[in-house]
Design a protein around this ligand. Structure first.
Ligand code: PEP
Ligand code: MN
Length: 337
């Protein structure tokens, strides 16, 4: 069950509802949305109805939710929600571009990447600094040093930032430098980490797990929301199938499906979804046509020299071409870049 309250409700009004639930033996989870205040209540439906919460000041309604995920369900927000990252709104009428290298490698590299993506209208700079690599012998990331130079490069070009966190220490470090933290595919079901980013109250970019169902993905988002952090952005990045010709299989149908089930914004990462540079542009166009709120794209000043994911990274020129190709598609879905 969720108790939906007017966004203008006072703190004492909200506290009173929570107190009533808790003193009656129900667990209450407060989530402060952009349009509404929602309290998730766990317990027997009939018993919650019998509390008479509907008549309390500020309460708009008591809504049963059939899905196992409650706070991130469409019903909880009564529409779509907008997540703000720095000055950028994700989930509204704009298609937001997040771009940058797979990993921060050097000061020169991240400054060149920041300049290139800013020039094409990207709003957020991506750059991995704690890399979850399949091999322990691969480049593991520049960690805090990388975060410092990425923050400086982003400041120079007026961009917000996102980096992946892989554990609690990397989260603590990243929170000092970035506007949004990313939970990668490999950690989508690292529940303690999800709870920690939920407590951190910083926007979270939540990638879909390598073999996660839509419900498992939304339950991962629910973990974050249940800690009081409503600023979650979902990112479809391809799933494992029997196909080996592409790195993963991009599930385009997940975009409209998830948007029908949840109020959260949905991004698409065509770079990790395909692993092939030539497929990044066509998959970007398909994603926007299917309703994606934005794209997460790997761009490297010199892809051939990339320490990580070079074969799927676009050069600045290729990124420019992609943005040009996106313009008519963005217009066709009545959005702007
Ligand atoms: C990444 O974005 O750098 C990354 C590792 O992605 P994923 O978790 O989707 O593999
Ligand atoms: Mn990568």
């Amino acid at each position: 069950m969720i108790i939906v309250m007017d966004i203008k409700s006072s703190k004492p009004q909200v506290d009173l509802v929570i107190e009533k639930l808790e003193t009656s033996g129900f667990q209450a989870h407060l989530i402060l949305g952009v349009k509404r205040i929602v309290i998730g209540a766990v317990g027997d439906r009939a018993a919650i109805y019998s509390l008479g919460l509907e008549g309390m000041p500020g309460v708009i309604g008591v809504v049963p939710i059939m899905h196992p995920y409650k706070l991130v369900s469409k019903e909880a927000a009564g529409g779509t929600s907008i997540v703000k990252v720095g000055d950028t709104e994700i989930g509204g009428s704009k298609v937001v571009l997040i771009a940058g290298p797979c990993a921060v490698e050097s000061e020169t590299q991240i400054y060149q990447a920041a300049e290139a993506v800013k020039k094409q209208g990207a709003k957020i700079l991506r750059g991995g600094t704690f890399k979850p690599r399949t091999s322990p012998y691969s480049f593991q990331g520049m960690e805090e040093e990388g975060l410092k130079i990425m923050q400086a490069a982003a400041k120079e070009y007026g961009l917000a930032t996102v980096t992946e966190v892989v554990d609690l220490p990397s989260l603590d470090t990243a929170l000092e430098y970035v506007d949004m933290v990313q939970i990668g595919a490999r950690n989508m079901q690292n529940f303690r980490l999800l709870q920690a980013v939920g407590k951190a109250k910083r926007p979270v970019l939540l990638k879909r797990g390598l073999s996660a169902t839509i419900e498992e993905w939304l339950m991962a988002a629910e973990y974050i929301a249940s800690e009081g952090n409503a600023s979650v952005i979902l990112c479809e990045r391809g799933i494992r199938t029997f196909e080996t010709a592409t790195r993963n299989t991009l599930d385009i149908s997940a975009i409209p499906l998830v948007k029908s089930l949840s109020h959260l914004p949905v991004l698409v990462d065509p770079s990790h979804a395909t692993g092939i540079r030539a497929l990044v542009a066509p998959m970007s166009l398909a994603a926007v046509a299917a309703g994606a709120d934005g794209l997460l794209i790997e761009v490297h000043p010199e892809p051939a020299k990339a320490l990580c994911d070079g074969p799927q990274s676009l050069s600045p020129d290729e990124f420019e071409k992609l943005v040009q190709e996106l313009i008519p598609i963005v217009a066709a879905v009545k959005k702007t870049l």
